[in-house]
Write a protein that binds this ligand. Structure first.
Ligand code: URE
Length: 683
């Protein structure tokens, strides 16, 4: 079904316009930064790592932004549409805990490999080329799958709402983003992420208040509760307590929760984008950034899908103007939003159709904008992440180890362009073979899950065995695929195709086998044949400037702790100073990350949902009101954390920039940053 609530021009306008707008914005931002703070992305270290000096609020905002995919809005709403209130919970909780747990890896990264550019450099240094190539396969596969989901989700929605060509959307989405990433590099990308996140929260809250406070069709939490109860009476949800949309006792919701949990471990732990944010962060505040980022992100899918996903269900119980009866259960009832087909749900359309039904053209336009902000910021994270891998793990490691600063920067730019093209092509290929965003979302853990535990062990555990971890990743991969195909064949009379292989049990088997076997092999082998690794070599990564000209290398070797390739004075100073953070402090940060992230994981995955599941609670109006109000309050707190807090922590830099601009207005050139006066001020 194509609602085409908006003209095709609006589709092209948003897809091309957002990219171009942010490209122009990035040019201005970069010029302002360079002029008034002395920080410039014309330096490879600054381009890929923001010189490891970014404060926690901005890193948290960047994490939220990179982790907010098209699926975060669309797939979460699809599972709300399918399973009721359990869908938003399992989506949000099942993808938050990985970010919280990643805080532990981030702390270990700062402790064990403080100058690495990519997580693969750590693998290569510890376990050599074979491990490097195998884990690079998993890393790049992660980036490709995540990027394909972004393109598929974005293009399906823009086509549904405007009729724009899906193929054109597949290529135009990454193109606009590639331009602004090349212009701005990592730091400006984080600043752009910040603006995206700000608008994202504003639009989400607009939808929330429209649905729960002002909509003529819904307009209150109690009316939503009533309509969901009517929808239950019309089409009960199979596997839910009482067939209700208002319960966490949902068998299929729980299965989705497990699949979601596994798949998202893979896409956080193996995605350079999250390592890159840890790398860009100041060592002292990395853990804080990940904990804030994870908790803040929870509100986005939870509030969005509890609003638009459930609204799509509720509109099914609202009579259309043409309906001969107002009684939803009557046989001649015509609803405002007819039931969606499985393909439409899998393509992630419940949210966009609900938005268009809710607010007509302006709802469709708001949905399109929020989706594109999510898609572009996550795409920018993927582009710069892959560019770093292509640059440091392929170009510098295997092709030109003596690459100059200029060559590295050129390769970084080329890497962004290359992957933008690959993203577009992957989107088109998946579109033609009928693979949707929803299918890929549940599939990602099948092929990526086996490397999760081995990678975590590589950076955190001195006893992790090279053979065990490589073996775990490879064997888990094979067993995961075999389990997925085997269960597909067994459940579908031997028929294996995109439709049959996308079922809940099929995906669950593949996901569990992949992560389970990968983890068990890696841990058991490490216990039987432990290494006794001291991380000395990983701590030395890039301290000798491996990619510099020979003359530069000679100079650097005299200075054991010298920072690689930082030409901007401010950058160099900040990095050097931050790098002096003592190991005891970093160990403490790790311990804090470990216990706090584990406690929060237990709360999210066990203490809240399982008692409600076990008791088969179907929410009364009061219970549902508490549920929704807590979600709304959480959204406000998240907005404060990633919108206002970064402004507060950067007040010094913002003051410096403002002063510089004012000085320039009165005496041109007088506000310009002067290196001799350097003060460590970063945004
Ligand atoms: N980032 C996710 N899983 O929405």
């Amino acid at each position: 079904m194509s609602t085409e609530a908006l003209p095709q021009g609006a589709g092209y306008g948003v897809v091309v316009g957002i990219g171009l707008f942010f490209s122009a914005f990035m040019v201005c931002l970069t010029a302002i930064q360079t002029r008034y703070t002395g920080v410039s992305p014309k330096n490879s270290e600054e381009f890929t790592s923001a010189s490891r000096s970014v404060k926690p609020g901005l890193i948290a905002s960047g994490i939220v932004s990179a982790w907010t995919w098209a699926a975060t809005l669309l797939q979460s709403s699809a599972v709300a549409y399918r399973y009721g209130i359990s869908g938003p919970w399992w989506y949000a909780a099942g993808a938050t805990v990985q970010v919280l747990l990643f805080a532990q890896l981030a702390a270990k990264l700062k402790l064990n490999a403080p100058y690495a550019h990519t997580w693969l450099e750590i693998v290569a240094t510890r376990w050599g080329t074979v491990a490097h190539l195998i884990f690079m396969f998993f890393g790049l596969a992660t980036n490709l799958i995540v990027s394909s989901m972004l393109v598929l989700g974005g293009s399906a929605t823009v086509t549904s709402l405007t009729g724009m060509s899906t193929i054109a959307a597949c290529f135009l989405i990454p193109l606009g983003v590639a331009i602004y990433v090349v212009v701005g590099g990592m730091r400006s990308t984080l600043l752009c992420d910040y603006t995206h996140t700000t608008v994202l929260f504003a639009i989400i809250l607009t939808f929330v208040f429209t649905v729960y406070a002002s909509s003529e069709y819904i307009g209150s939490i109690s009316k939503m509760h009533y309509l969901l109860s009517q929808a239950t009476a019309m089409i009960p949800v199979s596997g839910n307590a009482g067939g209700s949309y208002l319960t966490l006792r949902s068998k299929n919701g729980l299965i989705f929760g497990v699949i979601n949990l596994i798949g998202n471990f893979a896409t956080v732990f193996q995605d350079q984008a999250y390592w890159q944010r840890a790398i860009a962060s100041r060592p002292a505040t990395t853990v804080k950034a990940y904990l804030i980022g994870g908790i803040a992100w929870f509100a986005i899918p939870f509030a969005f899908s509890t609003t638009l996903g459930l609204a799509a269900v509720a509109f099914g119980a609202v009579p259309a103007p043409s309906s001969p009866t107002q009684v939803p259960t009557a046989s001649d009832f015509i609803s405002l939003l007819p039931p969606l087909t499985p393909d439409e749900i899998s393509a992630g359309l419940p949210a966009s159709l609900a938005a268009a039904t809710l607010l007509g053209q302006s709802g469709a336009a708001a949905l399109l904008i929020v989706l594109f902000l999510a898609v572009t910021s996550a795409t920018s994270a993927e582009l710069i992440a892959v560019s770093s891998i292509l640059t440091y793990d392929i170009y510098v490691r295997y092709i030109n180890p003596q690459a100059t600063e200029e060559q590295i920067l050129r390769m970084s730019h080329a890497g962004v362009a290359i992957f933008a093209l690959v993203m577009g092509l992957a989107g088109v290929i998946f579109f033609y073979i009928g693979v949707s965003m929803g299918w890929l979302y549940t599939f990602m853990g099948v092929i990526l899950g086996s490397a999760v535990v081995p990678i975590a062990l590589c950076i955190t555990w001195s006893k992790a065995s090279r053979a065990g971890c490589i073996g775990g990743a490879v064997i888990g991969f094979v067993v995961g695929i075999a389990a997925w195909l085997g269960v597909t064949a067994a459940y579908n009379a031997g028929v294996i195709n995109v439709t049959t292989s996308g079922g809940n049990y099929e995906m669950l088997a593949g996901n569990l086998a992949s992560i389970g076997v990968g983890g068990i092999v890696a841990v058991v082998a490490s216990l039987l044949w432990p290494e006794n690794y001291d991380f000395v070599a990983t701590r030395a990564i890039n301290t000798l400037g491996a990619h510099k000209k020979p003359a530069e290398v000679a100079e650097d070797t005299e200075d054991e702790k010298k920072v690689p390739n930082s030409s901007a004075l401010t950058v160099s100073n900040a990095t050097t100073q931050d790098s002096k953070l003592d190991p005891v402090g970093l160990e403490e940060a790790f311990r804090f990350a470990a216990w706090s992230s584990v406690i929060m994981t237990v709360i999210f995955m066990i203490l809240i949902p399982l008692p409600l599941f076990g008791a088969s609670t179907i929410f009364s109006t009061t219970g549902f009101t508490v549920w929704v109000v807590v979600g709304i309050l959480w959204t406000f707190c998240s907005a404060f954390a990633v919108v206002l807090y970064p402004l507060w922590e950067s007040r010094e830099a913002l003051t410096m920039i403002t002063k510089g601009m004012v000085k320039d207005i009165f005496a041109k050139g007088s506000g310009k940053f002067v290196p001799a006066d350097v003060k460590e001020v970063k945004v």
